[in-house]
Design a protein around this ligand. Structure first.
Ligand SMILES: Nc1nc2c(ncn2[C@@H]2O[C@H](COP(=O)(O)OP(=O)(O)OP(=O)(O)O)[C@@H](O)[C@H]2O)c(=O)[nH]1
Ligand SMILES: [Mg+2]
Length: 352
């Protein structure tokens, strides 16, 4: 399936049903009273984030979404049925923005960062009241009934920013996808050439007590990524909403005399892209220790600061220690603070 992280759609809630102005007719009641029921309420348009979805691809295929109208009220005091709500599922991390048709300004309506919490974006129109409600002492046979209220139409921009606990960062071929597939059930494509990963992948690690740590694997980044080189720019935003980063450097690319220097280039790219992203905590990892010359490995170990972890994503060596460190960070941090859901914010934050 294609990864799509932006889509433009139109949603419309249902209009309310008309109230009925019916007057009772029965053989033995020559002048019956009002018996017109109320119209039903139109269906709401509701968004809900689901962990089962990973892309906004479906919204490229279909772009118009309408909830059901309320049914008109009828005679014999029959109320019209309410229209069904239209529930639209989107991936967790989808932001709903409304575009002002006049100046094109985008206003953030909601950030669906938590699964299964419904957000009503367009309430359905209220149904009209039937003439039952308008009976008075002086008017016993009112012919007045209300029309239903119209539905609400909105032109929405959906923007997906992947949400995860840990984001994997590294040059192409560093072994990010290999790591993800070693520790989770995710099966991203792995190959010995750069830019194997073309879209973000999510993997979930579950610990013994059932807690879940979500890891986002993104395409490899190269120098100039923050300016659009390689696939970087498009995907850097997908590590913005992680609690911490795991920065993976292949032992083949690391300088045995100064292993730390190997992290500087991508950290510079992060800074150029977004200062907040650069300030995120990182777990620094040297990968592929299984294929390094013993002398090279010894020198790397000797010259690396103590916080750098040595692993082989291929053989699994060092991965338990890395996972333990990831859980430690996870526990130390409060849950990620999603951007506040509300009517402000969002505007002008388009960085595509
Ligand atoms: N020997 C060895 N090879 C590894 C290890 N980790 C990854 N590889 C190999 O390195 C190559 C690249 O691995 P990937 O996991 O696809 O690398 P990536 O970082 O996801 O690369 P991109 O998606 O292109 O950014 C593959 O041939 C892997 O088999 C490791 O620990 N040891
Ligand atoms: Mg990859």
């Amino acid at each position: 399936m294609r990864f799509v992280d932006e889509a433009s759609i139109i949603v419309r809630s249902g209009k309310g049903g008309k109230g009925s102005a019916s007057l009772r007719r029965a053989k033995n009641v020559p002048k019956g009273g009002p018996d017109g029921g109320d119209g039903g309420k139109g269906g709401d348009v509701v968004f809900v984030a689901s962990t089962r979805l990973l892309t906004l691809y479906d919204f490229r295929v279909k772009s118009m979404f309408e909830a059901e109208n309320g049914v008109n009220g009828q005679n014999q005091d029959k109320y019209g049925r309410n229209g069904e709500d239209l529930v639209i599922e989107v991936p967790v991390g989808t932001m709903l923005l409304e575009e002002n048709p006049e100046d094109g300004e985008q206003v953030l309506l909601a950030d669906l960062s938590r699964p299964d919490v419904p957000f009503v974006v367009c309430p359905g129109g209220m149904g009209g009241r039937g003439n039952l409600h308008f009976k008075t002492s002086t008017n016993r046979a009112p012919t007045r009934a209300e029309p239903g209220m119209p539905g609400v139409e909105k032109r929405l921009l959906l923007k997906l920013k992947v949400m995860a606990d840990a984001g994997l960062l590294g040059l192409p071929n560093a072994g990010k996808s290999t790591f993800l597939s070693a520790v989770s059930a995710a099966r991203p494509k792995i190959a010995a050439y750069p830019f194997t990963t073309l879209v973000p992948n999510l993997g979930v690690v579950e610990n013994a007590s059932g807690r879940r740590l979500v890891i986002a694997d993104i395409p490899g980044l190269i120098e100039g990524a923050s300016q659009g080189a390689g696939l970087g720019y498009q995907f850097l935003k997908h590590v913005e909403r992680t609690r911490f980063l795991v920065h993976i450097l292949s032992g083949e690319d690391a300088d045995p005399e100064n292993p730390e220097a190997g992290y500087a280039m991508l950290n510079e790219e992060l800074r150029a892209f977004d200062a907040e992203l650069a300030a995120k905590e990182q777990i620094r990892v040297i990968n592929k220790i299984d294929i390094l010359e013993p002398a090279r490995l010894a020198s790397l170990r000797k010259n690396a600061p103590a916080d750098i972890l040595f692993v082989s994503a291929l053989t699994g060596e060092g991965l338990p220690a890395l996972l333990a460190e990831m859980w430690r960070r996870y526990d130390a941090m409060s849950p990620p603070e999603p951007d506040e859901t509300g009517g402000t914010g969002g505007a002008g934050e388009d960085e595509q």
